[in-house]
Design a protein around this ligand. Structure first.
Ligand code: PBG
Length: 330
């Protein structure tokens, strides 16, 4: 009771604030998403993601060396493939000599200790822009799961440490885990996008990979039949517990900031690490506001990342990772 208790005593200078701080951000917290394209000497900026790039394999090699030097030890790889390589079944995704498989090898060779995580979903390879196979206007579940498991296996064969299924089909974790075990990849981890919402915050990412659902008759216009309804909270627990049972090592909530209640629910409920994906739209919003001079970029990005950590995230996939690490070093 005041004046016996004065809460400001613990805030009066930096030394005491540092001493009582409950959460900390370090380079260890971050997973850096990286976009890969074919070609040579390509580093092209993504229009809706200022200062974020797609890299060809040679440029990727240089980038991951810099990233490692900076102190970031995990990357999450995505590829943008040519239209000609896309079809409804995402066949090219399982090509052992495909762009993703090559990218995994490039990163492992350039930075052997870098933890390499890979996105597993059909959308970058789907001519229709969906995470699974389409038939009669529907996204097929079980057929898609078979394709996704093969995709995960081919990433593991190429040397991925963790596969990160972002598709939200039912049963995909079990299918992947079973196939990986059968093929001897006991140590390949699965970071499951277990609570992935059908969010409008993925817009810039779909620009980056040219992977949005196509506007054609008999193709669903959105991903609401597989990604979660933003209105639902308990369902995130069901989804995540299911994935853990099926063999996921790490679960994930995506997007980040708008879903911190879900992060806390899961952190309180599960015993495996909870990852958060702070997505492309979150990056774009802050970049845009900062460009206009309306928000302090450095301060707001660190505040956002701290909020995600405080909500219960064990790790954060974020496009701010490099800037965050630079700021934390200051
Ligand atoms: C692909 C995938 C998406 C993202 C990660 N993996 C897009 C989507 O589901 O449409 C979004 C990432 C971001 O917005 O930063 N399944």
């Amino acid at each position: 009771m005041y004046p016996l208790n004065r809460n400001r005593r613990l805030r009066q200078n930096a030394a005491i604030r540092d001493l009582v701080r409950e959460n900390h951000l370090t380079a260890d917290d971050f997973i850096l998403p990286l976009f890969v394209v074919a070609g040579e000497n390509v580093k092209e900026e993504i229009a809706s993601m200022p200062n974020y790039y797609r890299y060809s394999l040679d440029a990727l090699e240089k980038e991951v060396k810099d990233v490692w030097e900076l102190g970031i030890k995990s990357v999450l790889l995505f590829v943008k493939v040519e239209q000609s390589e896309k079809d409804n079944t995402g066949e090219a995704a399982t090509d052992d000599n495909g762009l993703m498989q090559k990218a995994i090898k490039v990163v492992k060779k350039a930075t052997p200790k870098m933890l390499v995580m890979t996105d597993v979903a059909l959308d970058p390879f789907s001519s229709l822009g969906h995470d699974g196979i389409i038939e009669n206007g529907k996204v097929l579940n079980d057929e898609s799961v078979v394709a996704l498991a093969k995709m995960a296996l081919s990433h593991a064969k190429a040397g991925a440490d963790f596969v990160a299924p972002s598709d939200m089909m039912d049963g995909r974790i079990l299918a992947m885990r079973t196939l990986l075990e059968d093929e001897g990849f006991f140590n390949t981890g699965i970071m499951s996008y277990s609570a992935k919402y059908a969010s409008a915050f993925y817009g810039p990412f779909r620009d980056a990979l040219d992977s949005a659902p196509v506007d054609v008759k008999d193709v669903p216009k959105n991903k609401k039949s597989y990604q979660m309804d933003p209105a639902n909270r308990k369902e995130a627990i069901t989804e995540s517990l299911t994935d853990i049972d099926e063999g996921a090592d790490i679960i994930m909530v995506k997007p980040g900031l708008c879903y911190l209640d879900i992060v806390r629910d899961l952190a309180n409920t599960v015993d495996v690490p909870v990852a958060v994906y702070q997505v492309s739209g979150e990056y774009a919003m802050l970049k845009a506001a900062a460009e206009k001079g309306w928000l302090d970029y450095d301060a707001v990005l660190l505040e956002q990342l701290m909020a995600i950590k405080r909500a219960g995230a064990s790790m954060i996939a974020t496009y701010f990772a490099k800037d965050a690490v630079r700021l934390l070093k200051k």
